[in-house]
Design a protein around this ligand. Structure first.
Ligand code: PHE
Length: 339
């Protein structure tokens, strides 16, 4: 028995040096220490020994077992640490390496303007409603006090789909749809695409507007002025002022054209404002009583303020762009300059 124990001890000592991985070591370990391994097999032999030899034999086998467990444990710890080191080395990242280049898109300049305006008006309690791009004649014209023979229709050369349907020429029909469906008082802005048969440096057949409508009791032109002044100060410069000039729209009475003091020269006169100190930015007015009545509201009770602005025009002014087609040519070299 002594011989056997000695032999096994020597074998284990040798294989500890031979083995170089945790997995390999565990295999060797189970060869000696698992339930069917060689050391438990020795213990089973005890019963066949003469009685007086048993205590001594049991002692040396147990000693062997304790020793084996200890050396396997410590060798395993050693190998595990080595393997971890190797893995760290293998999977190391060079964080100083230059990253792969990725192109990041930008929002379209007209989208930027629209989002900024929506944010400004939302801050004043406006909700957003987007009307349909394909409208009927009634909502785009008739309900807005522009019947079929009205001369104002000429100014908005229209894409007709058939007798009754058309591509909306303005976002104003959204006013009608809001008044038809929403209980006043309310404040709403309506941004969206509009279409006219028009094409030059400042006109595109597809362009975008944003309509504003406030319906409440007892509103006046002064409220409109205050509202648009806050918009101009937020949109252009805290120094910006606005002024009203008389104008005409069929659906507002009185109607005004709104100018903002030139944000390039501060009002002294420059190329942008053509020497006048003022830049026209939108049309507006007090909603015509007839329009209110057309939507089933009582014009003696409810008053309305409306304004409509061209988003491309604002973007051209803000970013110093002189040709509207740059917005829609889809040239990423130009569009990606706006952030
Ligand atoms: N819809 C008008 C236009 O396209 C602008 C406008 C809207 C004017 C609301 C007054 C009030 O010219």
């Amino acid at each position: 028995m002594k011989e056997k124990v000695k032999r096994i001890r020597a074998e284990i000592a040798r294989s500890l040096d031979d083995v170089s991985t945790v997995a390999g070591l565990r295999e060797v370990r189970s060869k000696y220490l698992s339930r069917s391994g060689e050391i438990p097999a020795l213990l089973k032999l005890l019963g066949s020994l003469p009685k007086e030899e048993r205590p001594e034999a049991g002692r040396i086998i147990n000693e062997l077992k304790n020793w084996a467990e200890e050396v396997f444990d410590s060798r395993e710890a050693e190998l595990a640490a080595k393997e971890l080191e190797e893995r760290y080395a293998r999977e190391a990242l060079d964080i100083s390496m230059p990253a792969e280049f990725r192109r990041v898109g930008t929002l379209h300049p007209v989208t930027l303007v629209r989002e900024e305006l929506v944010r400004i008006f939302a801050g004043m309690g406006f909700i957003v409603y987007e009307g349909p791009e394909i409208e009927d004649d009634y909502h785009n014209f008739t309900a807005l006090n522009t019947p079929r023979d009205h001369p104002a229709r000429d100014k908005q050369d229209t894409f007709y789909i058939n007798e009754d349907l058309l591509l909306r020429t303005q976002t104003s029909p959204a006013q009608i749809r809001m008044m038809e469906t929403t209980k006043p008082p309310f404040k709403v802005v309506s941004p969206g695409r509009t279409f006219r048969r028009d094409d030059d440096a400042t006109h595109s057949p597809m362009f975008q507007q944003m309509e504003g409508l406030v319906i409440d009791r007892g509103l006046s032109l002064c409220d409109l002025h205050g509202l648009l002044d806050i918009m101009a100060k937020n949109m252009f410069s805290s120094e910006a002022k606005t002024r009203f000039r008389p104008s005409y729209f069929p659906f507002t009475e009185p109607s005004v054209e709104v100018d903002v003091s030139c944000f390039e020269c501060g009002g002294a006169g420059c190329r942008l404002c053509k020497g006048t100190g003022w830049i026209e930015i939108l049309g507006a007015g007090v909603v015509n009583r007839r329009v209110i009545a057309n939507c089933g509201l009582d014009p003696d009770e409810w008053t309305g303020l409306a304004f409509g602005l061209g988003l491309e025009r604002i973007a051209m002014l803000k970013y110093g762009i002189n040709n509207i087609s740059l917005f829609y040519d889809g040239d990423a070299r130009i569009l990606s300059q706006f952030r």
